[in-house]
Design a protein around this ligand. Structure first.
Ligand SMILES: NC(=O)C1=CN([C@@H]2O[C@H](COP(=O)(O)OP(=O)(O)OC[C@H]3O[C@@H](n4cnc5c(N)ncnc54)[C@H](O)[C@@H]3O)[C@@H](O)[C@H]2O)C=CC1
Ligand SMILES: CC(=O)C(=O)O
Ligand SMILES: [Mg+2]
Length: 376
């Protein structure tokens, strides 16, 4: 198969779909790899290194999209990238369609087969292609929060770890999955006072096993959100209903009641955000202030540590990418229900139910279960 990797074009996005090591794997399985010039140069994967791994360097994204049978990316395709996709072509990347009607319509119109990293599953009930970036974003969320709590960055001037004689800052993490767990690790490491809310009791039990008395686990109710949000210095939004728009768990009234200079980090912003006042921001302009509360809502946080993130992402995406290239879309999906769960759009049909639930009333979408769609 001809596999193509364009340069990412989202604001300050320096990750790249394939590392040089991953290119070597595709080449050794008999595939060709086309890399847009400069796709990885910002993080040390130069054109020369890609060439020595066996790839061919292409002068433009257009050339990659025209020739490749499978496009491997990181972030959701931007409109001009969607317009270059075609029927029969595989798109393998993050999509986050439920909060994004424009992209959804463009992918439907392209008739390409679009696999969302974030809805591929594993046999443990996890999301293996989201997990590495959630690990990164969870860890970064506390770094970002600590930074914006500093007075000169708009915050209240609170040190999360406190010092002897002064209490630690209070961190509230809503959603105790991969992002939440990694945020808790960093916050505990800094010496903060950490509370994690989740509505899954099994998840709270696992957190209790990991952290014991280092954190407070609380079942997520409206009462709990009211109580803990009004006391927090830093709140991290880390909930997920896979493939769906994030539930809004903190409303504008909660935010008004927060302490001046406290900070919100809405990691769930890529699924629309879990705070009512959240709107997506970029690494270039990451924060804004509403009611004296600093909002950090960067939708591609791992892009900030692009080298670590690219390698971590490739560790997870490579086996599925190779299966697609070795077997072709249909056979790879028939052989692996977990990869099939990643298919969101195929031949103009939406194959992921939560996307139709979120956007069906706005767009004229046709839902078709993935297994049925690939059989057509
Ligand atoms: N902004 C960014 O750059 C990035 C964003 N993300 C996003 O972070 C979010 C979280 O991802 P993961 O931690 O991997 O998901 P996860 O599935 O591991 O964890 C989500 C947790 O939220 C809990 N939850 C769901 N609804 C809830 C509710 N109403 N109240 C309380 N808890 C609730 C679930 O029980 C689960 O434990 C996702 O939207 C993901 O796409 C991930 C990586 C990077
Ligand atoms: C998961 C995601 O949105 C990211 O890594 O940018
Ligand atoms: Mg206030």
């Amino acid at each position: 198969m001809i596999v193509g990797v364009p340069k990412e074009i989202k604001n300050h996005e320096y990750r790249v779909g394939l590392t040089t090591a991953a290119v070597k794997e595709f080449i050794s399985h008999g595939h060709s790899v086309l890399i847009e010039t400069g796709a990885g140069s910002a993080i040390g994967f130069t054109d020369e290194l890609y060439e020595s791994a066996g790839a061919t360097i292409m002068s433009s994204a257009e050339a990659v999209f025209t020739k490749a049978e499978m496009i491997v990316k990181v972030k959701e395709p931007q409109p001009n990238e969607c317009n270059m996709l075609r029927e029969g072509q595989i798109l393998y990347t993050y999509l986050h369609l439920a909060p994004d009607p424009v992209q959804t319509q463009l992918l439907v119109d392209s008739k390409a087969s679009c696999i969302a990293y974030e809805t591929v599953t594993d046999r443990f009930g996890g999301l293996p292609l989201l997990a590495p970036m959630s690990e990164v974003a969870g860890r970064m969320s506390v770094q970002a929060g600590a930074h914006y709590l500093e007075k000169s960055h708009g915050g209240s001037g609170t040190l999360l770890g406190g010092v002897p004689g002064v209490a630690s800052g209070k961190v509230l993490i809503i959603g105790g999955g991969v992002v939440g767990t990694n945020a808790a690790k960093m916050a505990v490491g800094l010496g903060a006072d950490v509370t994690v809310l989740d509505r899954s009791l099994p998840r709270l039990r696992e957190l209790d096993d990991i952290f014991s008395s280092q954190i407070r686990t609380v079942y997520s109710t409206e009462d709990a959100i009211d109580y803990y949000s009004s006391r927090a210095d830093l709140i991290i939004g880390a909930v997920l209903v896979p493939g769906a728009t994030a539930p809004k768990l903190l409303n504008a009234q909660h935010i008004k009641k927060m302490k001046p200079g406290s900070v919100l980090v809405d990691v769930a912003i890529d699924q629309g955000g879990c705070f009512e006042t959240s709107k997506a921001t970029t690494h270039q302009d990451p924060v804004y202030i509403i009611d004296d509360v600093v909002h950090y809502c960067v939708a591609n946080m791992p892009g900030g540590v692009a080298r670590t993130s690219t390698i971590a992402l490739n560790n997870a995406t490579l086996p599925f990418g190779l299966a697609l290239a070795n077997k072709g879309l249909k056979q790879a999906m028939l052989d692996d229900q977990h990869l099939l769960n990643g298919l969101n759009v195929h031949k103009g049909l939406v194959t992921y139910k939560a996307v139709v639930d979120a956007l069906g009333s706005q767009l004229n979408l046709t839902y078709c279960p993935a297994l049925q769609a690939i059989a057509m």
